[in-house]
Design a protein around this ligand. Structure first.
Ligand code: AHG
Ligand code: MN
Ligand code: MN
Length: 357
């Protein structure tokens, strides 16, 4: 009989990888797992429970909120509040970060950035949706944490993961030592280890992009799409196109099968559509830990220094060779799209002011 390992057992076992860990991160992951199970229950019965459709509200990014966006947001905030290990929740659904101002939480070590429900426009049609989370360690040591504590680079993440509510429900996460996937067994209500040490194939044959935006794409992306669609037996082209419209669904499939997911800049989203803190960075951490690459077309996503909570970022993520190719074409055909190009140094910074005859 195969031995089942639950998420809870696995987390406790892995705590030994962090010699100074006191169990706070483990408890935080457990709190996220519990909230995910409640959201999963609601997503599963969405059609019955009158929670399909719009909530009638708009979030800070001007997007219509679905009832389940609002429900998921509340569930995660309340699980993280009662868990006591998190001092701030920064979420897609709230304009400002949410400080957890309880005596236990305000000195807690961790910050959670979260997209409570990704791909929520898919709910009404029964396609995969998910939750994405990024865990940071706060920088300040006491008192209420601040925005500076939240605005950390992706390389500073201590853990990241997603839960996909699909044909089965899975939690996939990393703490920087590889990526593991757990499938929810509804009969026992536990996430069980099903995909240990996930690796994304180095070369893939699936590309995922909203091609309806083609005319608005940078030239480098247009060239890549022509490359992907060209006939070449040696490199297994033309590639296959698959786009669910839920980043989690598309990235999860590509993680398992190999592929690239792209959301470039467009004329309506000149800085990209996806958000750095709770979409770009956590997915980048997972994919890199699985051996893949995550780029904004020019730079590693996790190296970007954030300046705003809801900052956007163009995303090219997945199999290493596919992301390398798009970076090559972006550099050649779209250098003006490099949003995070290091600023050119002034003469003063170069310390040669007055030094040129
Ligand atoms: P969210 O539902 O959290 O707002 O995110 C939706 C995102 C992403 O998951 C998806 O891939 C993308 O937006 C789809 O955008 P388009 O409809 O513009 O293709
Ligand atoms: Mn999203
Ligand atoms: Mn969302």
């Amino acid at each position: 009989m195969a031995v089942i390992k639950t998420l809870g057992q696995f987390i406790i076992e892995k705590q030994a990888d962090f010699p100074y860990a006191k169990g706070e991160l483990s408890r935080l992951l457990r709190d996220i797992g519990i909230a995910a199970k409640i959201v999963n229950r609601e997503v599963n019965k969405a059609g019955l429970a009158e929670i399909l459709g719009d909530a009638g509200t708009v979030n800070v990014q001007g997007e219509d909120q679905k009832k389940l966006d609002v429900f998921a947001n509340m569930q995660f905030i309340s699980a993280l509040t009662s868990g006591g290990e998190c001092c701030i929740v920064a979420t897609e659904e709230e304009d400002e970060f949410v400080p957890i101002d309880s005596p236990v939480s305000k000195n807690a070590k961790y910050i959670v950035c979260i997209d409570p429900l990704d791909g929520s426009s898919n709910i009404d049609v029964n396609a995969a949706v998910g939750t994405i989370f990024s865990i940071l360690r706060r920088k300040s040591v006491e008192g209420m944490a601040t925005l500076e504590d939240v605005l950390q680079k992706g390389t500073e993440q201590v853990a990241a993961g997603y839960v996909i509510y699909g044909s089965s429900t899975m939690m996939v996460y990393t703490t920087g030592k590889g990526v593991n996937g757990f499938t929810l067994d509804p009969s026992i209500g536990e996430f069980c280890l099903s995909h240990p040490d996930l690796k994304v194939p180095e070369e893939g044959y699936i590309y995922s992009i909203n091609e309806g935006n083609y005319v608005h794409f940078p030239e480098g992306v247009k060239k890549y799409l022509k490359y992907a669609q060209a006939e070449d037996a040696a490199t297994n082209r033309p590639y296959t196109s698959r786009y669910i419209g839920s980043m989690i669904g598309d990235v999860h499939r590509n993680l398992i099968k190999g592929g690239i997911y792209m959301y470039p800049t467009t004329s309506s989203s000149p800085k990209g559509k996806l958000r750095l803190m709770y979409e770009g960075n956590p997915m980048a951490f997972i994919i890199e830990q699985a051996g893949g690459t995550a780029s904004d077309g020019f730079n590693r996503i996790m190296d970007i220094v954030p300046t705003e909570l809801h900052q956007r970022v163009p995303v090219f993520i997945g199999s290493k060779k596919m992301v390398d190719k798009i970076e090559e074409l972006m550099k050649e055909y779209s250098p003006e799209n490099n949003l995070n190009a290091p600023a050119e140094k002034t003469l003063e910074q170069l310390n040669i002011v007055g030094g040129i005859d």
